[in-house]
Structure formats: C-alpha cells, structure tokens
Design a protein around this ligand. Structure first.
Ligand code: ZN
Length: 628
C-alpha cells in the first residue's frame, strides 16, 4: 500500500496567500501531495479583540472560490484577526480549506490525525469555555479527545497541536536542541502526546524549526513505536526558520508490526516519562498539568488515616520489571500503610490502586519498587498477612499475549485499572462484569467482559466463561421481560495498542420482528461488508459450544455473532485480511432498528447522561442480575 504525501505548515498568521503560493510551487516541483496540515496560529494575532473582527481575512477569496486552493487544507489555530467570521463562512462554503475543530480524531486521506486547537490558559483550562473560536482549550476538550482516541482503532499517525509540549527537548544529546525553547511548552500537550503516542507530533507557535530525534513510546504490552516531534516556524518569519515541511508516510493501519515498531538509530527514551531527577524541575507543575497529573491532584495522596485511591505518581515511569501485582489488599489500608509494608522488600517508588465509582477501593493494585531485586523479594511476601488479610503477591506482566489474565495497565476494560470506566458498570460478578456501552446503540446495549485481561472467550478459564454465559442468560431474561430478544457479537483482534484486545461481548435487545429475520439480515450485511459468515453447527453453549468455536477459528482472530435463536455465525479472520472494524456495530444497529447509531462517535454522551443511563439499566436488570 502506498505512502501518503503530506505538507505541514507552521503558523500562517493570516498570510494565506503567501502560504498557498508557496504550497502551489512545492506541489508542482515535489508533488503531487495529498494534503496540507497547518498548525500554530492560522489567523493574524492581533489580540483577543481581533477574534470577532468583521474584517475580511485573506482566506475570504479562497472561501468564495475567487482564488484556487492548491491542496486540500486542514487547520487548527482558529483564533486571531477575523477568525470567528472566517470559520463561520467556511462551515457554509464548499471550499477545500477545512477547520478541523476544537479537538478530535479524523481520518484524512487514510491517515489517523488527532488535533487539539488552542493554547494553555489556567482559567480556561480549569473552568472551560469552549466556544468555536476560543484561543484556549479546556480540560473537557482534552478529556473528550482522550476518550475519542481510546475508542478509536489503530495507531495515530499525526498529532497536531498549536503549542510545543513541555520538556520535549529532555533526553536529547547535549547541544542538539534549539536554545531557550524547552522550558516554555505545555505540560497538557506533553501529557496528551504521551497518551496518544502519535508517529508524528507537529507543533507550531514559535519561530523555530526543530526535528527532534525519535523517542520511544512506552510499550503497553504489544510493541512500542517511536514518535517524531517536528516544530515549524511561522510563514514568512523574520528569522527565516523553516515553515513548510514535507512528509511521505504509509498509514499505520497499512504497516506490519515489525516495520511500525522499528527503532531508528538515535532513538531516545520518551522525554515526558523520565524519572523526575533527570528532568528540569518544572515550575509550572501546579498549572499546566497532563491528564495523569490532574488525576493525581484530584486524588491527593492519602495522608495517615484515610484510605484513598492511589493513581500513580506522574513522575514515575511505570516499569513492569520492578512492579508486583497485589491482591486481597485490606480496604482500610492507606497508601502509607502499603508503602510501609512493602518497604521490607526494598524502597517503594509508586503505588497504583483504583476504586469503584462509589469510592470503594479495589482489593488489588500495583506496587512498583526502585529496583527489580526489590520486586523479586516482594514476591516472597506472597501469603503473608497484612492488616489481617493474607496477601497474594505476584510479578506484574503486561501484554496482549499474557495468558494469565493479569491486568494490563492502560486497558480501559481491566477493572483494576485506575482509568477503567467504573461509572458505567452495571453488575460485577466473581470473574466477569457487565458495563453499559460508552456509545450505546440502544438503551440496554451492554458489554459482558472478564474482570481481568483475557483477549477472547477462548482464553477464559472455565469458571469465567461459565459466569459470562450466566450473565448472557440473565440478560436474555431481562430483555424478554421487555418483549425483546437478545443479539450479541464478539470480535477478537490482536490490537497492538493498550496491551491488545480485552475480551468483550456486545449484547443488546432487538425486537421480536427483527429477531425473526435476524439470520437472513445478518448474512445480507455480511455479504455487503465482505465478511463471509459460517454457521457453527453442534452445541452452542457451555464448554462443548466453546470447543466448536475453537475448532472453527483455532487461536486466530474472529468475528462471532450470537443470533436471537441461540445459534452462532462465525468468520475466521485470516492473516493480512482487512476486517471492517465497525462491522459488529453496523449489524447490531441494523437489527436494533437504529442504523444511524452504528457510528459510536455519534453516540457520545455526557457523564451526567451516562450516570442516568446506568442507573436506569441497573434498575431494569436488578431482578435478573446473577449477583443480586
Ligand atoms: Zn484489559
């Protein structure tokens, strides 16, 4: 599959004609390019008062079509002279210039592009005002973005931010970074880059051209790739810093793992995850905080008496080799208690322990030591008593292929992780749980999943699988009480991000009428999407049913549909096959009579809506819940 040619521009500062003239020339000499991405400030910066100015910008002629746009153009930096009016006119025009928006993820010419418009301002960040043309992003903008990225499949090709990230020049060889820029970036942008792990991160906002040596992102369990940070100067800047840069890149989605995870010579550690000692003492730490940090702030370290969640120190790089996984922790144990106990094995660097939505602490967590030796020693504390409970202590492993089911840090579905979406949880069993889908197709659209990290139902223990089936049958009864039948699907793919796939069954009610024609409808959609589905003959339940599935798919990837009549259809995804990622939702949405809800991005809801929605479902499910 071919590479995409992309032109990148730093701040345009309103000089749209000069930019397009240059782009047109470069496109003729080195093109053709697929698109132009602009970061930094797009409009002339004349201070706040200019943003609402009625004056025409140079963009106007390109919006009306009086002048020709040389390449499909996408920009952030929606503030400056005449910005509000220009963006409004763009939204009504059929121009090849597009404002990307406040924050989000978009697929552009086959590339996954993530963007965050605006700059950091403490007031705007904390208290948020997210009108279309506001020069600062809010905490909500960043959160919404992180959620979107978490939900999206595949790796991010390009991250666009108006500002530089803080500390980006940390860990580069002495003298190789441009002077006096390192200390002035945004910690929020650095936090975002850490989370998004883009292959390229493009920033503007300073009149400096800087292409940082690649840095290696943290391996979440399925291979790590590098990020290249590139900063560009503004169009026509006096310092003559380069403002236009060309890239040719193959979309991550089309790359094999070996190519994607290559480490070029000169690769450095991630500058945002260095131990605090080797980093400049960032004075802004109280202000521009990355996501991890503000979690940290919200959940102050428990001092003395009160047990509270321990969400991990932002300045400690997570390291599995130095970490143990602990179960059966006493609920009343504070972080200090845990540190005190485990210090007998060696100095403790960090404690990570989450909580349920109602504040009840998890009985499990991670303890990270300063050294691997200490972690090994801590494993010998397995079976010893701590505040009246016998602890389970084991080495921590992350990774999609870890068959042990230990939590994978960063996975949203591992219930023991601090970032798990506990607000949506409807029922927790011994080994499985039920959670409302985050972008529900219909009200009772839920996921049934194992509490711990197993990639597919075939890797579950017999007891976990049995519980999953009990939940399914409870849901079937619950739906029946509403006059509906049950449709479910499971997709197992070995994703590289977030430690790989966490097994999940999508379950939702469909009407009796839809159930009657479900088999034919599913088969028709399967043909439309090029996903040949085969019936699974023989037992459809229990271990025997699981064996039938195993015979059909081996240990490979698959898509499995569970029809309302209890029969199953399966497609074994072959190596190199491009399985349509949204297929399951397309089918489910069609059966549920809500085809418009297939795209989860259109189904986002606010935390308040989510809470109400969860409460409603819990009430409905209560009489059938196997844990009640
Ligand atoms: Zn998981």
């Amino acid at each position: 599959m071919g590479s995409k040619k992309v032109l990148l521009s730093g701040s345009v500062d309103g000089k749209v004609s000069a930019l397009f003239k240059r782009v047109s020339a470069v496109n003729k000499s080195n093109g053709p390019f697929d698109m132009l991405l602009c970061t930094g400030r797009f409009f002339a910066d004349t201070g706040l008062s200019g943003d609402a100015s009625e004056e025409d910008t140079e963009l106007a002629d390109y919006v009306t079509g009086a002048k020709e746009v040389p390449l499909p153009t996408y920009f952030i930096g929606s503030f400056g002279q005449g910005a509000a009016r220009a963006i409004e006119s763009l939204s009504n025009a059929d121009a090849s210039v597009h404002y990307l928006g406040r924050s989000g993820i978009k697929q552009l010419h086959g590339l996954n592009v993530v963007y965050l418009d605006g700059t950091y301002d403490k007031q705007a960040f904390e208290h948020g005002s997210t009108t279309a043309s506001c020069r600062h992003y809010s905490k909500e903008d960043v959160r919404a973005l992180e959620r979107a990225v978490d939900r999206a499949e595949g790796d991010v090709d390009i991250l666009l931010t108006c500002e530089w990230p803080a500390d980006v020049t940390a860990a580069v060889p002495p003298g190789s970074a441009p002077a006096d820029v390192g200390s002035t970036g945004s910690a929020v942008v650095a936090g975002l880059a850490t989370k998004v792990r883009p292959r390229y991160h493009i920033s503007g906002g300073k009149d400096v051209f800087y292409a940082r040596p690649p840095y290696l992102n943290k391996d979440l369990g399925a291979g790590a790739h590098v990020t290249r940070f590139i900063a560009l100067g503004s169009v026509g800047n006096a310092a003559k810093a380069k403002s236009l840069h060309a890239l040719a890149l193959v979309p991550a989605a089309d790359m094999d793992v070996a190519t994607l995870t290559q480490r070029p010579e000169g690769t450095t550690p991630c500058p945002y995850e260095l131990p605090s000692t080797s980093k400049r003492g960032a004075p802004g730490d109280d202000d521009g905080l990355g996501e991890q940090s503000w979690r940290w702030q919200q959940n102050k370290r428990s001092k003395g008496g009160h047990a509270a969640p321990s969400l991990g120190r932002p300045d400690v790089v997570k390291d599995d080799r130095k970490t143990v996984y602990v179960k059966n922790l006493p609920y009343r144990a504070t972080e200090d208690d845990i540190i005190g106990f485990f210090s007998q094995a060696g100095p403790v660097a960090d404690v990570r322990r989450g909580a349920e939505a109602d504040g009840k602490l998890h009985g499990y967590g991670f303890v990270q030591f300063e050294s691997e030796e200490a972690a090994a020693k801590a494993c010998q504390l397995h079976g010893t008593e701590f505040m009246g409970r016998e602890l389970t202590v084991d080495v921590s492993t992350s990774g999609a292929r870890a068959p042990s089911g230990k939590p994978v840090e960063g996975c949203w579905f591992c219930l023991s992780n601090p970032n798990a979406d506990v607000n949506l949880v409807a029922s927790i069993g011994e080994e499985c749980y039920v959670v409302l889908d985050k972008g529900p197709i219909v009200d009772s659209h839920v996921l049934v999943l194992p509490v711990e990290h197993y990639p597919s139902q075939l890797s579950l223990s017999a007891s976990s699988f049995a519980e999953m089936e009990r939940y399914l049958s409870a849901l079937r009864s619950c739906f029946a009480s509403q006059g509906s039948e049950l449709f479910a699907f499971e997709r197992y793919m070995t994703f590289r991000k977030s430690g790989g796939n966490h097994c999940q069954l999508n379950v939702l009610p469909v009407s009796a009428a839809a159930a009657a024609t479900a088999r034919a409808d599913v088969q028709r959609l399967a043909r439309d999407h090029g996903v040949p589905l085969q019936p699974l003959d023989g037992p459809s339940k229990g271990e025997a049913g699981r064996e039938v599935l195993r015979q059909a798919v081996g240990d490979g990837e698959y898509f499995l549909a569970l029809l309302p009549d209890g029969s199953r259809l399966v497609h074994a995804i072959t190596r190199g096959e491009k399985h349509p990622l949204n297929f399951g939702r397309e089918v489910a949405a069609a059966l549920a009579g809500a085809p418009g809800r297939a795209d989860w991005k259109k189904c986002a809801s606010t935390p308040v809506e989510e809470a109400a929605h969860t409460a409603k479902f819990k009430e409905l499910f209560k009489p059938y819940d196997i844990m009640q």
